[in-house]
Write a protein that binds this ligand. Structure first.
Ligand code: NAI
Ligand code: 13P
Length: 326
């Protein structure tokens, strides 16, 4: 199975490395930035997004989307807000798509899988998501992910193609569940960073992870996700990872917000993506549409809009006491 990768950021590059390790076929990596294409092909390094990692010889970068049409499956790794435009330009017909971005599209409130089905109606869709810092995956450190696809045959073929001694895909047929965990955890990771930045302590961080998970589960169930998917690698697993490390861009954004810095300043000029900043407002809207309460998500939205951290934290702590099962 010849794998193509759409997106030459940190995660797309690390996944190209995964595909190179999992099989002998060449891997085509489409990157938007010509300097990324040049440095991968000439030096086997993506200096802009995944520095200091030597990439496999079988990875070939290209700036031409049309070259992806020769592939048997495509890993879609553009940031969530750009998936629609990139897939529209790529016009990949019925080639299976493995969605690896984590987010919800602003405006349409669609999950990335829904966007892909709208743009590429003929293409079977899978989701790959889990606790996966790109630099660790690229370095070959042990990693496990959820690989969700309704078609059992395609799921097995993709899993076998991507698996290696250090990369273990766990199969699921709950596509929406795998997506929702990844999208929601980014917003909760921003909140956990705020706890760190504001110096609220480790009890508060653990409480926020647990109550955030309750929030993820309420929203997920309302959108058709299964509880066991949300409790797996793509939900709780990724939540724990990104809520505990400054390697997370979302957590780091939250640290800055918790220290009282403005979101605009923190997001200005950054080349890398903190998906939680884009997902938070649309997630809050989608939750309201579904009649689901998401107080932590609402708090992140207020902080991104410039509210003072002390006031937002005080409001969260003043919420009425309630049963834990809610
Ligand atoms: N970096 C990581 O460890 C992981 C990232 N992800 C997800 O992968 C997705 C991509 O993130 P990264 O590879 O980390 O990106 P990155 O932060 O390393 O790089 C930014 C990417 O955005 C692309 N981009 C910027 N403007 C664009 C536009 N107008 N149209 C299309 N692409 C544009 C750039 O070309 C670049 O590929 C995100 O949804 C992220 O949540 C998922 C798992 C791990
Ligand atoms: O999704 C990720 C790890 O699973 C990467 O997290 P950040 O985007 O917060 O860096």
């Amino acid at each position: 199975m010849r794998i193509g990768v759409i997106g030459g950021g940190a995660w797309g590059t690390a996944l190209a490395q995964v595909a190179a390790r999992g099989g002998a076929e060449p891997v085509t990596l489409w990157a938007r930035e010509l300097e990324v294409v040049a440095s991968i092909n000439a030096e086997r390094v993506n200096h802009a997004f995944l520095p200091r990692v030597e990439l496999a010889q079988s990875i070939r970068a290209t700036g031409e989307l049309s070259e992806l049409r020769a592939c048997d499956a495509l890993l879609v790794v553009a940031p969530a807000q750009h998936v629609r435009s990139v897939l529209t330009q790529a016009a990949v017909g019925s080639t299976p798509l493995v969605l690896c971005a984590k987010g919800i599209e602003a405006g349409s409130k669609m999950l990335v899988g829904e966007v892909a089905r709208a743009v590429c109606g003929q293409a079977p869709v899978a989701v790959l998501s889990g606790p996966t810092f790109a630099h660790e995956v690229a370095a070959g450190l042990p990693t496990a992910v959820t690989l969700a696809c309704e078609d059992a045959g395609l799921r097995a073929r993709l899993g076998a193609r991507l698996a290696s001694r250090s990369f273990r895909p766990y199969a699921s047929d709950d596509v929406a569940g795998a997506e929702i965990g990844g999208a929601v955890k980014n917003v909760l990771a921003v909140a956990c960073g705020v706890v760190e930045g504001a110096g609220l302590g480790q009890n508060a961080r653990a409480a926020l992870i647990a109550r955030g998970f309750a929030e993820m589960t309420r929203f997920g169930r309302a959108r058709g996700a299964r509880a066991e998917t949300l409790a797996g690698l793509s939900g709780l697993g990724d939540l724990v990872l990104t809520c505990s490390s400054t390697s997370s861009r979302n957590f780091s954004l939250g640290v800055g917000l918790g220290q009282g810095r403005a979101a605009a300043e923190l997001l200005a000029d950054r080349r890398t993506v903190a998906e939680g900043a884009f997902t938070a407002p649309v997630l809050a809207e989608a939750a309201r549409d579904a009649g689901v309460e998401m107080p932590v998500t609402d708090a992140v939205v207020r902080l991104l809009e410039g509210a003072e951290p002390g006031a937002v934290i005080a409001d969260l702590l003043a919420r009425p006491l309630r049963d834990e099962g809610h």
